[in-house]
Design a protein around this ligand. Structure first.
Ligand code: IMP
Ligand code: MG
Length: 179
C-alpha cells in the first residue's frame, strides 16, 4: 500500500495471528454469554472490522449496537476530551452488555463510555478489546477480554486509522515515523 511520505508500515500482527486471537476471544465470550442474548456494543469507527469478525464466530443469539465517540482528531494524541456522537438506540437496562473496542490506549474514551453505559443499568457490563496498550494509560480500565498487549507504537490497519487512512489494511501494522 502507498504510504504518506516519511511513514513506513511494518506488520506487527498478520491477518492469521489476528484470526487466531479472535478465535480465542470468541471461545471465551461464548462460554460466558451463550443463552444470555447479550448486547454487543461496537465503538465506531475503529472497531468495525473487529466487531464484524468477532460476531461471526459467536453462534448464539445476540444483539448489536454501535456508539461513536470523538476524541482523536487527525493527530495521534488523544485530546482527552470525549464526546458521544452517536449513542445506543435500544434499551440496555437489565441486559448483559459487552463493549467491543479496537484498542485501549490512555483509557479516557472507555472510562467515559463505561460510566455512561453504567448509568443505563445493564445487568452486566464488560469490555472486550482487541488490543491493550497499557504503557500509555491515564485512566484505569478493567478489560475482561483482551486479544493482544501491544507496545507503545502507533498502529494502523484492521480498522485503526491515521488521519482516516489505513483502516482497510488486513494486518495490524506499526506506522513508523509516527508515535
Ligand atoms: P484512548 O486513548 O484509550 O481513549 O483511545 C481512544 C481511541 O484512540 C481508541 O479507541 C482508538 O480508536 C484510537 N487509538 C488509540 N491508539 C491508537 C493507535 O495506536 N492507532 C490508531 N488509533 C488508536
Ligand atoms: Mg476505538
Amino acid at each position: 500500500m502507498t504510504v504518506n511520505s516519511g511513514n513506513r508500515l511494518k506488520v506487527l500482527y498478520s491477518r492469521e495471528e489476528i484470526e487466531a486471537a479472535i478465535n480465542r476471544l470468541a471461545e471465551k465470550i461464548a462460554l460466558e454469554y451463550r443463552g444470555r442474548n447479550p448486547v454487543l456494543i461496537g465503538v465506531l469507527k475503529g472497531s468495525f472490522i473487529f466487531m464484524s469478525d468477532l460476531v461471526r464466530r459467536l453462534d448464539f443469539p445476540l444483539e448489536m449496537e454501535f456508539v461513536r465517540l470523538s476524541s482523536y482528531g487527525s493527530s495521534t494524541e488523544s485530546s482527552g476530551k470525549i464526546k458521544l456522537e452517536h449513542s445506543v438506540k435500544t434499551t440496555i437496562k437489565g441486559k448483559d452488555v459487552l463493549v467491543v473496542e479496537d484498542i485501549v490506549d490512555t483509557g479516557l474514551s472507555l472510562t467515559f463510555l463505561m460510566d455512561y453505559l453504567k448509568k443505563k443499568k445493564p445487568a452486566t457490563l464488560k469490555l472486550c478489546c482487541l488490543m491493550d496498550k497499557p504503557s500509555r494509560r491515564k485512566a484505569p480500565v478493567t478489560i475482561h477480554y483482551s486479544g493482544f498487549i501491544v507496545p507503545d507504537q502507533f498502529l494502523v490497519g484492521y480498522g485503526l486509522d491515521y488521519a482516516e487512512q489505513y483502516r482497510n489494511l488486513p494486518d495490524i501494522c506499526i506506522l513508523e515515523g509516527e508515535k
